[in-house]
Design a protein around this ligand. Structure first.
Ligand code: NAD
Length: 471
């Protein structure tokens, strides 16, 4: 999966198509699509063997129309400036689509994390954060990073700790980054959020006759055959929630190849097998496929790319047999593949909508950090008491007696995870209906991707117009 050089141009191609369905002045559209600032920097790392290596890093802030800006940090040997800018742009549109009040940003460090010790990764992460602080590219009201490809809770904890150490008097310092461990200011459900959001998006799409009928698919997720590429944070959790929701995981793909099993795979068993053997190949009961790319071409109902961008191109799109592509990764489809999917009648559920679960729950984490209180802390017992009173009233009125289990299940009072997950569910469901409405209101809009860009352009333009900058 080589990095493709024109990723930012490719994002703008979709933007330009969507913009033709608006009558905003060119200057406003130019302002929305350009990348407001890019900070590129290099710093030295002393390796454990004493040698010095120069590390290349970026932070791009695509749109300052709302602050803070928000977006993940990627560790990959293929990171390059255009990619970081493109991913930052996708964040702007994604936040707008799910009504998260942030501009878009993205960071990247050009390293293969597997080549460094944990101590070296910690030094790289802390130095990166230090550089961002120096230039004002991080802060709870300025720019709030999060995990992305190659990073997770551990890196976010290092970032939060470095930022807090450099800003000792700042009471909101923990809001400088999201995706932190729960014990260090994180929020329950953030780790699973992108995968869970993908599941909510797919489940809702599968309930829409207007989407399923043209595909010749039955309503509902039950029994749908799913292929997932990439068993990292996004892919693993998307696979888990889809399987638990009734789908069958017929194939899973990783760097080293893919496995196929008609009867269905269990992502956790495959994950453990990969951990023990170093490869997902030779999983008991499954057939090996020679490459990750081969798995993309299997017949299936739903294909979830959850690794890197640029996996569907004009070259392989004609051979993709999936009826639905659910874009877990950012930018998996190049613009020349989109018309091929349209012509084949493939439903592409676009990244800027369906993988927005992560940033949605990051928003909840940021709110928690600013309010300094866990969600549900003030209301859980109160709601539990109300629910118990309601049960007693029902018992008195009907003579029915609830069992202790029913009582515990109904009158539990929501905790943080319940509230976060229901906020995410609500967000993903209403955003899909927004996109479907946008498509209905603009009959020429060719697909959901362009509908998503169009919806985002309207929302960002509206903010600029409210500022009085544009008429
Ligand atoms: P991750 O590092 O946790 O996992 C990525 C996985 O992809 C790894 O297991 C890696 O081995 C695998 N992989 C790499 N090359 C592959 C190949 N050729 N075939 C199959 N698998 C391959 O990263 P992640 O956080 O899960 O991010 C994955 C994608 O989802 C990225 O495009 C990222 O930008 C996007 N995304 C992530 C989040 C988030 O919250 N983490 C949110 C939205 C979008």
């Amino acid at each position: 999966m080589a990095a493709h050089a024109n990723f930012f141009d490719e994002v703008n191609q979709s933007f330009d198509v969507a913009a033709t369905f608006t009558d905003y002045p060119k200057g406003l559209l130019d302002q929305i699509r350009c990348c407001n600032s890019v900070y590129r920097f290099d710093f030295p790392l002393r390796r454990q063997d004493g040698s010095i290596e120069v590390i290349h890093a970026w932070r791009a802030e695509h749109s300052h129309h709302k602050l803070p800006v928000k977006g993940g940090i990627r560790y990959s040997p293929d990171v390059y400036e255009e990619e970081v800018m493109a991913l930052a742009a996708l964040m702007t549109y994604k936040c707008a689509i799910v009504d998260v009040p942030f501009g878009g940003a993205k960071g990247g460090i050009r390293i293969d994390p597997a080549r460094y010790t944990v101590e070296e990764l910690e030094r790289i992460t802390r130095r990166y954060t230090h550089e961002l602080v120096k230039k004002g590219f991080i802060g709870p009201g300025i720019d709030v990073p999060a995990p992305d490809y190659g990073t997770g809770e551990r890196e976010m904890a290092w970032i939060a700790d470095t930022y807090a150490a450099l800003n000792p008097a700042q009471i909101d310092a923990m809001g400088c980054v999201t995706g932190k461990p729960v014990a260090q200011g994180g929020v329950s459900g953030r780790r699973e959020a992108t995968g869970r959001g993908l599941y909510f998006a797919l489940r809702e799409a599968c309930q829409q006759t207007e989407l399923m009928q043209p595909l010749g698919l039955s309503l509902g997720l039950e029994g749908k055959r799913v292929v997932v590429q990439g068993l990292g944070n996004v892919g693993y959790h998307a696979a888990k929630f889809c399987r638990e929701g009734g789908a069958v995981l017929v194939a899973l793909a990783e760097r080293e190849g893919a496995i196929f099993c008609e009867a269905g795979l269990n992502e956790e068993a495959v994950f453990q097998h990969r951990k023990q053997t170093g490869s997902l190949l030779n999983f008991p009961g499954a057939t090996n496929l020679p490459s990750s790319a081969a798995a993309l071409e299997l017949p299936c109902d739903v294909l979830i790319p959850a690794a890197l961008e640029g996996v569907f191109t004009a070259e392989n799109a004609p051979r993709i047999q999936a009826r639905i592509i659910l874009e877990g990764a950012n930018g998996p489809t190049t613009p020349d593949a989109d018309p091929i999917f349209r012509a084949k009648g493939t439903l592409v559920i676009p990244d800027i909508y369906c993988n927005a679960g992560g940033v949605t729950v990051s928003y909840f984490e940021w709110l928690k950090n600013l309010s300094h209180v866990r969600f549900g802390r003030m209301s859980k017992r109160h709601e539990q008491r109300n629910e118990l009173q309601m049960l007693r009233a029902i018992e008195t009125a009907t003579g029915k007696r609830f069992t202790e289990e029913e009582r515990a299940e109904i009158a539990k009072g929501p905790d943080e995870a319940d509230l976060v997950n229901s906020g995410l569910e609500e967000t993903m469901i209403s955003a899909l209906h927004d996109l479907l409405d946008t498509r209905r209101r603009h009959p020429g809009v060719p697909d959901l991707r362009i509908a998503a860009f169009l919806s985002a352009i309207h929302k960002v333009a509206h903010t600029y117009m409210q500022m009085g900058i544009f008429p």
